[in-house]
Design a binder for this molecule. Structure first.
Ligand SMILES: *Cc1c(COP(=O)(O)O)cnc(C)c1O
Length: 361
């Protein structure tokens, strides 16, 4: 068996997608599967999400969208950010919807459409305040005008602070979004609208519009402090490779940062920072092993960690849960994120590693 495994619970994913789609009953649900499905596997996640009620998929790059097409997935897909020299023609030929933020973007899409001998489907992106991609309001009327000879499927945008409930920027962005939509309507377009990520889906029904774009929430991680029944989809587990008794006074791992105060049993687990255990968790993490949470002692190494089991008997080969949905008392990806000063998005995205086997249940 693999030294460590990421287990992806597609039943939990389907549950989350159905729950989220139910919260936005008048909108289509675009399951965001960029970055290989936030580390969960884009194709498997996409299929499960579509079974559970999603009708759109969101990718970052055209390459990611093409990988979904290559797997036989026919649902509409929006791709929103490529390098400037990306082969968009392949995307347009495969019926991938293109995001356009500028006249230069539009030229690239038009040229690619000519190459592909196909009509592009365009989502015009307005920058309402995030200042990443999207068109600035003062350039918007010209972009709309030039794009209006094509099929403009949607006008869309992205929120900066949707996870801070009541943040004043949300209403400001919503206002700018309305204005941008009005300009599109005045140019004779009748586009769909979409702006809501997970946090806005969960907290701002007024911003659901025609399509909602949940990412993190479909993976069961909640970016806002609401008590929706989202179930974490990913767990990370390994097995005890070796156990040993050490006498009081012996130390553990590089730098000998931890010393046994009493005789104790140690369990060696073959998962380290090259497998996705942040080294920053050294001295601060626990695992679920033989029915209990137990501390990992000493530094996290590249390939391994050491668990202090006290006087308990622990069998070699016993399952070790590094993180999971928390229902058995194990740590969660969110807890890892809090301990290392990041967000759980980064923890799960970081679990895509050739060394770690990914399995689906
Ligand atoms: C990543 C992303 C989303 C999903 O965001 P979550 O916070 O994970 O729900 C939606 N829209 C865009 C443009 C994104 O880049």
């Amino acid at each position: 068996m693999a030294r460590s495994e990421v287990v992806v619970d597609l039943g939990a994913l389907r549950h989350n997608v159905a729950l989220l789609a139910g919260l936005a009953p008048n909108s289509d649900t675009m399951a965001v599967v960029k970055a290989d499905g936030y580390g969960h596997g884009a194709v498997e996640v996409a299929r499960a999400a579509l079974e559970a009620g999603a009708t759109w998929l969101g990718s970052c790059s055209t390459q990611e969208a093409l990988a979904l097409r290559a797997a036989g997935i026919r649902a509409p897909i929006l791709a929103w950010l490529d390098a400037p020299d990306e082969d968009l023609a392949a995307g347009i030929a495969a019926d991938v919807d293109m995001s356009v933020s500028s006249l230069e973007d539009l030229r690239r899409v038009e040229q690619a459409a000519e190459e592909a001998d196909a009509r592009p489907r365009i989502h015009l992106k307005i920058d309402t305040g995030l200042s990443r991609n999207g068109c600035q309001p003062h350039d918007w009327p010209e972009l709309v005008e030039r794009a209006s000879k094509h099929e403009v499927v949607a006008v869309w945008s992205h929120l900066a602070c949707a996870d801070e409930i009541g943040h004043p920027s949300i209403d400001l962005q919503a206002k700018r979004f309305d204005d941008a939509y009005d300009v599109a309507k005045a140019h004779g377009l009748d586009p769909k609208r979409h702006i809501a990520n997970s946090a806005a889906l969960l907290t701002r029904p007024d911003l659901h519009f025609d399509i909602v774009r949940p990412g993190i929430a479909i993976y069961g991680l909640n970016p806002v402090p609401t008590d929706h029944d989202l179930r974490p989809v990913m767990s990370f587990r390994s097995r005890v490779a070796l156990t040993k008794r050490i006498p009081a006074g012996e130390s553990v791992s590089y730098g000998m940062t931890w010393t046994a105060q009493e005789d104790t049993t140690l369990a060696l687990v073959p998962a380290g920072y090259a497998d996705g255990v942040p080294r920053a968790l050294s001295g601060r993490m626990e695992v679920l092993l033989a029915g209990k949470r137990r501390p990992v002692v000493g530094r996290v190494c590249m390939d391994q960690i050491v668990v202090d089991c006290g006087n308990d008997e622990v069998a070699e080969g016993a399952e070790v849960v590094l993180f999971g949905d928390g229902r058995r008392g194990e740590p969660t990806a969110t807890e890892w994120a809090e301990l290392t000063g990041t967000i759980d998005y980064e923890i799960v995205c970081g679990m895509y590693r050739p060394r770690v086997r990914r399995i689906y249940t």
